[in-house]
Structures are given as C-alpha cells and as structure tokens.
Design a protein around this ligand. Structure first.
Ligand code: GAL
Length: 397
C-alpha cells in the first residue's frame, strides 16, 4: 500500500505493554474521538505485542487471547470502522514475537489471511527471533507480498529497528514505514539519542515509505511500560516537533484516556501536524549557516554528517505552497548561542536578487519574526527546547 503522508495514530505498547484488552482498545478509540485527536488526523488504533495465545490453533492460525479479547478481533475492527478509525495489529518476522508469542515466519500467508478476515488496516512487523538463514530483506518481502495478495489494503509497518541495513532494501518490500531506530523510552536522553542518530538517515525518507523514529512518549510523564524519568513540557514539545519535521509517523504512546491539557495541546498542534502531513512530503535538510558543506563533500552517511551540528540542528523543509518550515532544535544542555540561532538565506535557497524576504510565524507562541539583511535571527532558545516556524516568502520592501 502506497501512502503519501506519514501515518498518524495510537499504539498500546509504550504505556500498556502486556496489559491490553478489548475494553482498553474501545475506550482509547472513544477518547481519540472525544479529545479531538481523530479530528486532528490520528486515525490508526494499533494493538501491539501480547494479544495472542501462546499456541496456534489446529489449523495453524493465530488465536486472539479470549481472556483479553472475548469477542475476537473483527469485533474491534467493526467498532473502530464504525467510528471512522482504522485498525492496526502486530506480528513479527521471526519464530516468536519479541515478547515470546507466536510470530509469522513460515506462516506469512495464513497470517495475512487472518488479518484480512479480521479487517485489519495496518500491520506492524517486528524482527525478534528471526531465522538467521534467511536474509532480512527476504523476511520482509515474504510478508509484504502476502499482504499485497490478501485481498485487503493493509499498511505494512516494518520494525527491524534499522538493523541489517534496513534502509537499503526496505522500499523493495512494500513497507510504507520502517523503524529506523531501536526502542524509545520516556526520557530526555532517549529522545536526544534517537534524534541525533536519525539526523544521519534523513535522506532515506520520503513518499511511500517513511522513516519511523518510534512512537511518541509525549504525555507519558514517566508512567507505563516504557516510562522512565519522564520529560518536561518543553522536552515533549521538542520531541513532537522534531518527529513531525522529520516526516516520522506520529503514533501516540500515552494513555489517551487521561491526557492533561498540555499533552493534548502538543499532540493537536495543527500547524506542526501540517508540516508532518504536507502533501509534497519533502525531506528536511540542514540549514545551519555556520557549517560549510560543499556538495563534493557529500559522502556516505557518517562522513557527510561528521561536521554537522547535531547538538543544535536547524532543519528546513520545503512545503507544497511555497512556504518553508524552519525548526531549531536545541539538543544541548546549554542555551543556544547567537551563532547557533542565525540562519542566512543562502542555506534556504533564497537569492538576494529575488527581491524577497521571509516572515517567520512561530508555531508554538505565535510570534512573528521578519528577516533583515538576508539573515534570520531567531533569538533565544533554551536547552532542551525548540523554535519552530512556518516561513512565508514576502516582498522585501
Ligand atoms: C520491539 C519493538 C517495540 C514493541 C516490542 C513488543 O521490538 O521495537 O516497538 O513492538 O518489540 O514486544
């Protein structure tokens, strides 16, 4: 299935881990509607690992745990579909899922058939306990082909954590998104480490198959399955903004039934979501002005990025209406300096001879900054915070 924009939704794993059941899924779906998440675009409701019985039935089919899901999976699909939501499930390319439940190796076509019968719309496909005798790309192709022939549109969400050079082959498999990192935890260091690693694989992103930086921890506040220290409001805001800028699918991981106002205001910031969902789906690029990178220096990944300011990346992304999204993400532990917050037009592809300048609208506080002398001075950006703008090209006078 081909997608033009990164999928948006909610997934059980980050907060609930093994503690999932029908009631939770239905309540989460209701909450997504009542809190405005659905209206903001989040439409996938995804059941992650630990939903099945430990053994297949006598026909080799996966069996939903009847204690957790007494009415089976089609019942959940119907509930979600009646409310305009979509249904996601989870399996794995190995013998077992990561939590030790039956997985799809040598059952790919049977399982694709089950998912189609249950009217599933999305399959997250993990990589634990995989056979080492079969190449990674072949394992994902086996399920990609099975899904493409199951008689239903099922979005294929690959989750091999970027290992075995996933980026080189993932687009061949039919996947619409690929996990380009290991698992996120609810802490600042986890967010920062993923962000810095993902800045190095931005160019593999794009239409049809998006880099998946893992599910959001916004609003977890240290609670739940991957809850650690929790983060500040500013850190969550940066996390959300950066994932959005990088075209990552945005899968909410907190308990949507009990979001506080700050959490909701972050997750439903329409202008940030519009950057993520821009119909052109262009990759972001570095716009830090004090880094000079002649085109001929563009070697493979690490060589290319070694001089880049991974502590204070400034990203720009061309949008479909001619605007430019611009974001400064302060991943360092100190206030950003003037050098780190100044952008020259040449990095954005805007010539002085254009007779144009940029007017920047801050997407978190509404402030408007106008560029002067072909230079944008963003001003202050504290540690672990961000400044995110939509820049409009306007007449210079
Ligand atoms: C991991 C995966 C997580 C979650 C977990 C379930 O491999 O990265 O997102 O799905 O397995 O066991």
């Amino acid at each position: 299935m081909f997608v033009n924009t990164p999928p948006l939704g909610w997934n059980t794993w980050n907060t609930f881990g093994a503690n999932i059941n029908e009631e939770l899924i239905l309540q989460a779906a209701d909450a997504m509607i009542e809190t405005g998440l659905k209206d903001a675009g989040y439409n996938y409701v995804v059941i992650d690992d630990i939903w099945a019985l430990k053994e297949r039935d006598q026909n080799g089919r996966l069996v939903p745990d009847p204690q957790k899901f007494p009415h089976g999976m089609k019942y959940i699909a119907d509930y979600l579909h009646q409310r305009g939501l979509k249904f996601g499930m989870y399996s794995c390319a190995g013998y077992l899922t990561c939590a030790g439940y039956p997985a799809s190796f040598e059952h790919e076509w049977d399982d694709a058939k089950s998912f189609a019968e249950w009217e599933v719309d999305f399959l997250k496909y993990d990589y634990c306990f995989h056979p080492v005798s079969v190449r990674a790309d072949i394992l994902y192709k086996r399920m990609g082909l099975a899904l493409a022939n199951c008689g239903r549109d099922i979005l294929f969400s690959a989750c091999s954590w970027g290992s075995d050079h996933t980026r080189r082959w993932i687009k061949e498999t039919g996947a619409s998104m690929w996990r380009s990192t290991g698992d996120i935890m609810d802490s600042w260091t986890s967010i920062r480490d993923i962000a810095q690693s993902q800045l190095k694989v931005m160019e593999y992103n794009g239409h049809g198959c998006f880099n998946d930086m893992d599910m959001l921890v916004v609003g977890m506040n240290g609670q739940g399955n991957v809850g650690l220290t929790g983060c500040t409001y500013e850190e969550y805001r940066l996390h959300f903004s950066l994932w959005a800028f990088m075209n990552s699918p945005l899968m909410i991981g907190c308990d949507v039934r009990q979001m506080d106002d700050q959490t909701r205001s972050i997750l439903t910031n329409r202008e940030i979501l519009a950057i993520n969902q821009d119909p052109d789906g262009r990759s972001p690029f570095f716009a830090n002005s004090h880094v000079f990178t002649p085109a001929e220096n563009r070697g493979p990944d690490d060589a290319f990025y070694k001089d880049y300011p991974l502590d204070t990346p400034i990203l720009a992304k061309y949008l479909s209406n001619g605007d430019i999204a611009i974001g400064l993400f302060n991943l360092s532990d100190t206030e950003a300096s003037m050098w780190q917050t100044t952008i020259t037009f040449d990095m954005l592809g805007l010539p002085a001879t254009s007779g144009k300048t940029l007017e920047l609208h801050d997407l978190w506080n509404g402030e408007v900054i106008r560029a002067v002398n072909g230079v944008i001075q963003i001003g202050s950006c504290p540690a672990h915070d961000c400044r995110v703008f939509r820049a409009k090209v306007v007449d210079a006078d």
